[in-house]
Write a new protein. Structure first.
Length: 70
């Protein structure tokens, strides 16, 4: 799945409200650009994405069914 397909999936499933899907999209887009950007820029962007992922924390605890479905 490329970033365009992932974005379409996110839109089709109302995933815009699911932050972990947006992180996946950012990772996919970065992966697709990896050969086009300097290694330092790649690592900086990867670190930014990781920091945002860590900020998500465990907000979903106690809401598993609501957030992830059955």
């Amino acid at each position: 799945m490329n970033s365009r397909e992932l974005a379409q999936y996110i839109e089709a499933t109302d995933g815009i409200s699911k932050p972990w899907l947006l992180v996946q999209l950012r990772l996919k887009k970065l992966q697709e650009r990896k050969d086009e950007i300097p290694p330092q820029e790649y690592m900086k962007e990867l670190e930014d994405i990781q920091a945002d992922l860590l900020k998500l924390g465990e907000w979903w605890k106690g809401r598993e069914k609501e957030v992830f479905g059955s």
